[in-house]
Design a protein around this ligand. Structure first.
Ligand code: M6R
Length: 599
């Protein structure tokens, strides 16, 4: 949600900032802006739309200087237009601020600031920050920032510059910020992707920390001005991993990354038939597991319920992170609360895990982004090692999250002294090869997709552990093609959704081998009788399925509890091709952002 980059050093700031913004565009893309200081004068440029619009401005050539900040926005308060774009500049024209997060008490602050004579021009919650800094400024941007953040309620990652100083001052609470260190200058960013071209050495800021960044050093302190020693981390992702690598879109690349990603997720996690994970508490104490997540990660959590209950016999509940945190959840020290998050920054998921910790539960994070806020909040963690996921629609993270859940289930069983079914381990290690086979059917899926680009609605149906696969298939299609799509348990169709079935309602069945296979074929009959068009995804050669379906997509067989991993891949390809054939922006669907760091 919103992207921030800042640079101070010997180089031309503008090109570094624009390049960084492009890497961050997946975090928000309704407007963008940049401020650079040259000879003690601040120049700011803002534009509605993508970074490319900002680049097209003639005035961009005036942005000379070695220090600056920039922002790409995902609107929360105020329409996506130039006026509301960041950076925001104070009345004196000397201070510039970019902000990621939400300032909850902005209305009250705005009233006071306006009474004091500040001219607030935008409709954003963010602009009040620059006016507060202006109000408190008396020669030190650092002091003014410290006073400002004490007035703010809500979440923020802030970067500020003052034309008379020679630094960038940043502050964080609830929204991510990293400092990048290189011998050509220092960086600040909301996401390491923005600075990977220049450095792999980073410092993650914690909540309520503030930093002053100069061209060759930095000082981090807490909210009370006490200096804090920070560890310098090394990023393991490569620049190539955040490039498209010859694919038309990040989403397609990331779908094709899956064989490797699954392999990486499994790497080193099984040795001599034993599962190797670092979980810090005795598995025998666990009475119940609760999984919290949002979006696609929530679908992985639903698969996790079936998977973990099947493997461990421990009862599992799944909750939307946003619901869990607000309903005084009944968890205690005998519960394990697992949070699943690709980005490790989702505000609702972070708040949910904090709530669980407060109530004494043990916490585990299943996260992709190394060093992200959630990984630093949980007691133990499993990195999924899927590699950077840039496409807004989550793909490889989902399949790897399920692998991580399977490994966790096997680990808990093993640590409880029970024997682990080696067949599951074997099946896990066969997944990368099998997923490669599925990718070979991309062309065929594209042909099927062609027929459905004019659809207005879609139903995805599955049963048991593949009900979440149906939910995920529907989410993928709706978020990137804007076709209304619903996922439903196939058996529930007759309790309502069957009323929707007619020639205009295509139905995508997920019908791989299970004890319910015959029942799901029965559900297909019900759809066919009412004129619905059927696409079936299956691992069974079945004459009835073939006769009932307009199209059949075959996937390799695996054991049922792992089948969502393979079954999801054709649904990702289907959504991708529909969206691409419709000429839509697959990687940056409207109204969405990659990581949702506001509540
Ligand atoms: O980074 P997270 O896994 O916590 O993100 C959760 C959701 O915001 C995310 O899965 C979202 O639903 C995606 N757009 C789905 O493709």
């Amino acid at each position: 949600m919103c992207g921030i980059i800042g640079y101070i050093g010997e180089e031309n700031a503008k090109s570094i900032l624009i390049n960084g913004l492009k890497k961050l565009e997946y975090r928000g893309y309704d407007s963008a802006g940049i401020s650079v200081v040259n000879n003690k004068s601040l120049i700011t440029l803002r534009k509605k739309g993508r970074i490319s619009e900002l680049e097209k401005c003639e005035d961009i050539n005036d942005l000379e200087g070695n220090r600056g900040i920039a922002h790409t926005r995902w609107a929360t308060h105020g329409a996506p237009n130039e006026l509301n774009a960041h950076p925001h500049v104070d009345c004196s024209g000397k201070i510039s601020v970019v902000h990621n997060g939400i300032i909850e008490n902005h209305s009250a602050l705005k009233k006071v600031l306006e009474q004091e004579g500040h001219k607030i021009k935008s409709d954003t919650d963010s602009e009040i920050i620059v006016h507060l800094i202006e109000k408190f400024y008396s020669g030190s941007l650092e002091d003014a920032m410290a006073k400002t953040v004490k007035c703010l309620t809500g979440a923020f990652g802030i970067a500020a510059i003052h034309s008379d100083e020679d630094n960038i001052v940043i502050a964080k609470k609830g929204s991510p910020l990293v400092i990048g260190i290189s011998n050509k200058g220092m960086f600040v960013a909301s996401d390491v992707a923005a600075i990977l071209d220049y450095t792999k050495k980073v410092i993650y800021l914690n909540d309520n920390e503030l930093a002053v960044i100069m061209k060759d050093h930095y000082v981090v302190s807490d909210i009370n001005g006490e200096q804090v020693d920070k560890i310098v981390d090394e990023i393991t992702w490569s620049v190539q991993e955040i490039e498209k690598g010859g694919f038309d879109h990040f989403m397609l690349k990331e779908i094709y990354d899956q064989p490797k990603a699954l392999e990486n997720c499994l790497r080193g996690r099984v040795k001599d038939g034993k599962i190797k994970l670092s979980i810090d508490f005795p598995p025998n104490d666990i009475e119940r597991i609760v999984i919290v997540a949002c979006g696609t990660s929530w679908h992985a959590a639903l698969v996790g319920k079936y998977l973990l209950e099947n493997i461990t016999n421990i009862p599992v509940e799944v909750d939307y992170a946003s619901e869990f945190r607000y309903r005084n959840p009944l968890v205690n020290e005998r519960d394990v609360v697992i949070v699943i998050s690709q980005s490790g920054e989702t505000a609702d998921s972070l708040a949910a895990i904090k709530e669980a910790k407060k109530k004494g539960a043990k916490t585990i994070g299943i996260v992709n982004v190394v060093g992200s806020t959630i990984t630093r909040e949980v007691d133990s963690g499993i990195y999924i090692h899927a590699g950077p996921e840039i496409g807004v629609a989550s793909t490889k993270a989902f399949t790897c999250q399920i692998v991580a859940l399977a490994l966790l289930g096997l680990y808990l069983k093993q640590e409880r002294g029970l024997s682990v079914d080696q067949k599951i381990i074997e099946a896990l290690y066969e997944l990368p090869e099998k997923s490669k086979k599925i990718l070979e059917s991309s062309k065929e899926i594209e042909m099927i997709a062609k027929e459905f680009v004019n659809s207005k609605n879609f139903l995805f149906l599955g049963r048991g552990i593949n009900f979440p696969t149906a939910l995920e298939g529907a989410l993928k299609l709706k978020e990137i093609s804007y076709i209304h799509a619903e996922g439903y348990p196939a058996a529930e169709m007759k309790h309502g959704p069957i009323a929707l079935i007619d020639e205009e309602m295509p139905v995508f069945f997920v019908a791989t081998d299970s004890e319910n296979f015959k029942k799901i074929v029965g559900n297909m009959e019900e759809v066919k009788t009412r004129g619905g068009k059927i696409i079936t995804l299956t691992d069974q050669k079945d004459d009835t399925v073939e006769s009932l379906s307009e199209h059949v997509i075959y996937v390799p067989k695996t054991i049922e509890i792992l089948s969502p991993i393979l079954n999801t891949i054709p649904t990702q390809l289907f959504a991708y091709h529909v969206s691409n054939l419709m000429g839509l922006d697959v990687d940056k669907p409207r109204n969405l952002a990659k990581s949702v760091t506001v509540e």
